[in-house]
Design a binder for this molecule. Structure first.
Ligand SMILES: Nc1ncnc2c1ncn2[C@@H]1O[C@H](COP(=O)(O)OP(=O)(O)OP(=O)(O)O)[C@@H](O)[C@H]1O
Length: 755
């Protein structure tokens, strides 16, 4: 009697092994094993496997948790098929390509977050580590360049492993296919393409909020692990290299088991993670900061009962492991502040050194004091008076700016004086105007060397006595108006009175006070996310929100139409194919008759036949097929054209939604700046403005692909898979990536042949 494996319930596997009678009557051999799991996936599609085992984990990785999906089991039980799937048909793609699709769909719909996606592909073969997507070919890597390290927080880092930034699904798939072709595979009795190594494809995510300007960055990783198959070397008949590989595989899997046993045993203090590269790598996935799921692949056939029991036992143990996942946020404003302070100090030192090397002497980088401003103004005045030919000591941009500012001040004062003179001369009945205008011009271009007084020969404006308003800037009194305004503001404020100050300082003080007033009118900052909700309820935000909703509805309707039309096209195509097959059949039949006729003529030639071949005629049945074919083709063409233009419309509506989203965020940014006091935000040390400009944030949003996958994702997935002819838009990235990698490998092979 044979052993029997029953997948008899949704969650239970029962293994029945009859007693070996040759061992005699007193025999303690166990006859039955029952294992209970979260789910038994028997005769399930790849989609079901993904939905049950990986979809939730991928989602939580996007939320910021670490995740691991690993497959374990006997050689040839379908681990690689589960993880990678088959590239022969889009339907058969495995967990990894589906996870990639989900990641890009999800991050594309979260426009309030900015994501960076990176991928890596590691292979552990005979306790050596290889980078499957490194620009250096695997066989040239030697296996020692990569090492596993853990940081102070216990996070695992793989030093030397390439992290490739991927902008879209296609790029991530390219690396997957590229890695797949580089992994170590060899023929095995149970699997002609057996993976002889453990392979880990990792998706690394980094996300930042676009609405909340904090230094908060969320890091998460999704490890997709295809373990090498456990096997019994005796049974597999492994020899030579295969035996060595099998020994390494079995050893590392047994270390994995030891780790799992230790993690489950609360009394154990030491967990032997470091025993092997695999366990070291999976440290966080087993009992650490990670959500982990293990898929146990079995051959439910009597021949493999021992391996099945062993796999199921391991899976049961694995279920007892409890992990503690947390969102991996990295945020420390204090540290950031310290970091920036240090950066400023270092940069100042760097600048000082740079200035010394450039023989610039000491360059001013701190704000100018009033005295220094006065010195610069004097210099500007001397230059304008022609007393100095050139201003030589300009050695920084700041100095140049200050010089221009002071020149502007001088010019304004001159203008102001000119107006006063004009007004006064008008008061005197408009006489002597020409002289006064000349005087103004003269003053504008020629200033007295010490900035005071007029030349004696000018006339009645005071021989050698400086007019009040030509006094040096820092000694000029405040104009009455400004004094009054400042006094009013101070009175409102209960602030201490201002000292009497020179005109330009009064200007800036006035400006500062105005700004202060403005700021005080602003509200205390609230969480940007909350502010965004508030903004969407205001008329300005509402209008965008409404437009987005309308467009979404339109998009949904159009997609339903696309689905219906796609189905119609596919059905028509099927009908065309059926008619074509019938016509082919007919043609074949005719050919056969023709051949028989010709043979008949040959025979008849000798026997005096009439020698005529029957003319090719179209019978009624054929004619009706041809007419039907014509109709069908016409219908197909019409529907196809409609479908094409409808797809164009879908694309257009999607673009409109993207653009509305960008506008909404831009308007929100403006509103936020005007409504909330950003300085306060800074002083709170919390959500300071990121320094990201509006343009930048809009650009960032532009970069994202806002494909609406929310409500209608399922419908897209169901309806999109054209069975005949048409290409499922979801499959496009997959097909393109596969082709690209295939082409690359063909080219490489060709190159090798030529060499
Ligand atoms: N669910 C399935 N549907 C169709 N074919 C499958 C399925 N599972 C596995 N196969 C096929 O069985 C063969 C062995 O599967 P696979 O390579 O995935 O096994 P494995 O467990 O990864 O083996 P190894 O440990 O030796 O690498 C492959 O040809 C694969 O295409």
């Amino acid at each position: 009697m044979y052993a029997q494996i029953y997948l008899n319930a949704i969650q239970t596997v029962t293994v029945q092994v009859p007693k070996n009678e040759s061992s005699g009557f007193v025999n303690n051999q166990q006859e039955q094993w029952r294992f209970k799991f979260d789910k038994i996936l028997h005769n399930s599609s790849q989609e079901d496997v993904f939905d049950h085992c990986a979809r939730d984990i991928v989602k939580s990785v996007i939320e910021g948790f670490n995740g691991t999906v690993m497959v374990y089991g006997q050689t040839g039980a379908g681990k690689t098929f589960t993880m990678n799937g088959s590239t022969q048909n889009y339907k058969y793609r495995g967990v990894i390509p589906r996870a990639i699709t989900q990641v890009f769909q999800e991050i594309g719909s979260r426009f309030e977050q900015e994501f960076t996606v990176k991928v890596s592909y590691l292979e552990i073969y005979n306790e050596l580590m290889f980078d499957l997507i490194s620009p250096v070919p695997t066989h040239e890597q030697g296996g020692n360049q990569i090492s596993i390290q853990d940081d102070a927080k216990g996070e695992i880092h793989v030093k030397g492993l390439t992290l490739n930034v991927v902008k879209n699904e296609e790029e991530a798939l390219n690396f997957l296919f590229e890695g797949e072709t580089n992994r170590t595979v060899s023929a095995h009795q149970l699997n002609k393409e057996s993976s002889r190594s453990h392979c880990i494809y990792t998706i690394h995510l980094e996300s930042k909020s676009r609405l909340e300007s904090t230094e908060k960055v969320v890091f998460s990783r999704l490890h997709l692990v295809d373990l090498a198959g456990s096997e019994r070397t005796k049974k597999s008949g492994a020899q030579g290299i295969n035996l060595k590989e099998a020994t390494y595989i079995n050893k590392s899997l047994s270390f994995l088991e030891q780790v799992v046993v230790s993690v489950c045993d609360n009394k154990r203090e030491h967990i032997p993670y470091r025993q092997s590269k695999l366990t070291n790598f999976l440290k966080n996935s087993i009992g650490g900061n990670c959500q982990t799921i293990m898929i146990a692949n079995i051959y439910p056939e009597p021949d493999h009962v021992e391996e099945t029991i062993s796999t199921l036992k391991f899976a049961t143990r694995m279920m007892k492991v409890s992990n503690e996942p947390i969102v991996n946020v990295q945020q420390d404003p204090q540290l950031l502040l310290k970091k920036y302070e240090k950066e400023i100090r270092d940069l100042k030192q760097e600048l000082a050194m740079h200035d010394t090397l450039a023989n610039k002497g000491r360059v001013q980088y701190d704000p100018y004091t009033a005295e220094q401003q006065y010195e610069i103004q004097k210099l500007a005045q001397q230059f304008m008076d022609g007393e100095v030919e050139d201003i030589e000591e300009l050695n920084s941009m700041r100095q140049v700016k200050e010089l221009f500012a002071q020149m502007k001040n001088i010019f304004r004062k001159l203008e102001h004086d000119a107006k006063n003179i004009e007004a006064r001369s008008e008061g005197l009945g408009g006489q002597r105007q020409p002289t006064q205008l000349q005087d103004i011009e003269r003053r504008k271009t020629m200033m007295n060397s010490d900035g005071v007084g007029d030349l004696d020969d000018i006339g009645e404006f005071g021989l050698g006595i400086a007019p009040r308003n030509l006094k040096p800037v820092n000694k000029i009194e405040l104009s009455k108006k400004k004094e009054e305004e400042i006094a009013r503001m101070q009175a409102d404020d209960d602030n201490p009175p201002l000292e009497t100050e020179p005109d330009d300082e009064a200007d800036s003080k006035l400006e500062m006070m105005r700004l202060k007033k403005q700021r005080e009118a602003k509200r205390k900052p609230i969480d940007r996310q909350q502010a965004f909700i508030e903004f969407k309820n205001l008329p300005d935000g509402r209008q965008f929100e409404d437009q987005i909703l309308n467009n979404r509805q339109e998009l949904k309707d159009k997609k339903v139409k696309v689905k219906v039309l796609t189905e119609q096209c596919n059905n028509t195509k099927k009908e065309i194919d059926t008619i074509k097959a019938k016509l082919d059949e007919k043609a074949e039949e005719k050919k056969k008759n023709l051949r028989e006729d010709i043979a008949g003529i040959d025979d008849d030639d000798g026997q005096g036949g009439n020698g005529e071949v029957q003319q090719e005629i179209i019978d009624e049945e054929e004619l009706s097929y041809l007419q039907k074919m014509k109709e069908m083709k016409k219908k197909y063409r019409e529907n196809y054209d409609l479908l094409k233009s409808l797809r164009g419309e879908v694309y257009y509506v999607q673009q409109s939604i993207d653009s509305l989203k960008q506008q909404l965020v831009s308007q929100f940014e403006d509103w936020y700046t005007l409504t909330f006091d950003d300085d306060e935000t800074l002083s709170q040390g919390g959500q300071q403005k990121s320094g990201r400009t509006l343009q930048q944030s809009t650009k960032l949003i532009q970069k994202q692909n806002f494909i609406e996958v929310g409500d209608d994702e399922q419908e897209r997935r169901e309806g999109g898979e054209d069975q005949e002819g048409g290409i499922d838009p979801d499959a496009l990235a997959f097909i393109k990536a596969k082709r690209k990698v295939d082409d690359l490998h063909k080219a490489k092979k060709q190159e090798k042949k030529i060499q």
